[in-house]
Structure formats: structure tokens, C-alpha cells
Design a protein around this ligand. Structure first.
Ligand SMILES: [Fe+2]
Ligand SMILES: [Fe+2]
Length: 208
């Protein structure tokens, strides 16, 4: 490399660094990847739970079907929130093609518990930590909405499995309410305001 070219290159690098090039683009790399993974996960969960609801209906387990329907709507809200965050960060991703298998309702609930457990114990805590480290506040909000909700889904599915094994699915709720802001899911009438996002009950979806 000629000396003049070499110094021009060095100067260009120094200028780029001092104007923050690279920094703005690379400071949230992990969070961008995590948002994309979360969109894939939530889109798949939403489609999967809708299919599990159909299967439960086929087996005459209408109350378990209601829970799957409510959770499907909730996961869709999470996917849409994550998509909005990705867009706000100036990124895009290809359409997600959900991959899943429908088995018996008992196996489907077990699969749902597995999925929710992973999100609650591993995925969202890691994603929230990375978004916090990288200072991406809007991603922290979206991840936290999902994290808080998935904890409730996990408990609801565990209860459903217990009831199914005891032959008592009829004791389950016949009303679910889902917050359109954060996906928070109630297996009863929701309070006046969402316990996670403070959204008024009037803006909830009712599944019954
Ligand atoms: Fe969930
Ligand atoms: Fe909410």
C-alpha cells in the first residue's frame, strides 16, 4: 500500500470512529438477534396453540381448548409487540413459517409446559438482561410483557394437565381475558386495569 493511501485509510477510520459509525449499528446486535428469535418463538407458539385448541375440541375437551385459544391470542400479541420493536430499531425479518406437530391433548399440554418453562427460566431472563446491558429500553418492555405473561401461562397449563389427569377438565374456567397491550392472560374476569401494563379492561379480548 502506498504511504498516501495508507494514511488516507487511517484518517477515514479515525473519522468514522469519532462520528460514532459502527457504534450505533453494533451496540444492540445481541438484542436485534434476540428480538428475531422471540418473534419466531411467539409466532410459532401462537399457531401451535391454535392447532392444539382444535385438537382439544376434537377430543371433547372444550375448556382446555379455551385455554389454548386464549394463549394463542396472547402469543400473537407478543409477536406483534416484538415486531414493532424490531421495526422501531430499523430492522426487518422474513416471514416466519411455524413448525410444530399436533399430538394428543395430553402431549400437547406437556409440550406447552416445556415451551413456557424454557421462556420463563432461560429465554426471556437472558433477553431482558442483554437488552438492559445494551440499553434498548423498548425491547426490555416488550420482553418483560412476554416474560410476565408466560409465567402465568405455565401455571395455567400445569393446572390444565392436573385437571386432565384427574378427569376434571370441567372444573376449569370457561372465561379468559387477554390484554391487547401485553398479552396478560386472566382465567376469570380481568381487573379494571391490567396487572402488568395497566391497560383498561375495556381493551381486553374475551374468550369464552
Ligand atoms: Fe405463553
Ligand atoms: Fe396488559
Amino acid at each position: 500500500m502506498k504511504t498516501k493511501t495508507f494514511f488516507t485509510s487511517i484518517l477515514a477510520v479515525i473519522l468514522m470512529m469519532s462520528f460514532g459509525y459502527g457504534k450505533a449499528k453494533n451496540s444492540n446486535t445481541t438484542t436485534i438477534q434476540n428480538i428475531k428469535a422471540a418473534i419466531t418463538g411467539e409466532t410459532t407458539a401462537s399457531a401451535k396453540y391454535a392447532a392444539y385448541a382444535k385438537q382439544a375440541k376434537k377430543e371433547g375437551l372444550t375448556k382446555i381448548a379455551l385455554l389454548f385459544e386464549a394463549a394463542s391470542k396472547s402469543e400473537n400479541i407478543h409477536a406483534n409487540n416484538h415486531r414493532a420493536v424490531l421495526e422501531q430499531l430499523g430492522e426487518k425479518m422474513d416471514k416466519v413459517t411455524p413448525k410444530y406437530e399436533v399430538r394428543s391433548t395430553k402431549e400437547n399440554i406437556e409440550d406447552a409446559i416445556k415451551g413456557e418453562s424454557y421462556e420463563v427460566a432461560t429465554m426471556y431472563p437472558e433477553f431482558i438482561k442483554a437488552a438492559s446491558d445494551e440499553g434498548v429500553n423498548i425491547a426490555m418492555i416488550s420482553f418483560n410483557y412476554a416474560f410476565q405473561t408466560e409465567k402465568k401461562h405455565k401455571a395455567m397449563y400445569e393446572n390444565a394437565l392436573e385437571k386432565l389427569n384427574a378427569g376434571k377438565q370441567n372444573e376449569m374456567s370457561s372465561l379468559y381475558m387477554v390484554c391487547t397491550t401485553c398479552g396478560n392472560t386472566y382465567d376469570s374476569q380481568a381487573p379494571k386495569r391490567c396487572g402488568i401494563s395497566m391497560t383498561p379492561r375495556e381493551r381486553f379480548l374475551t374468550i369464552k
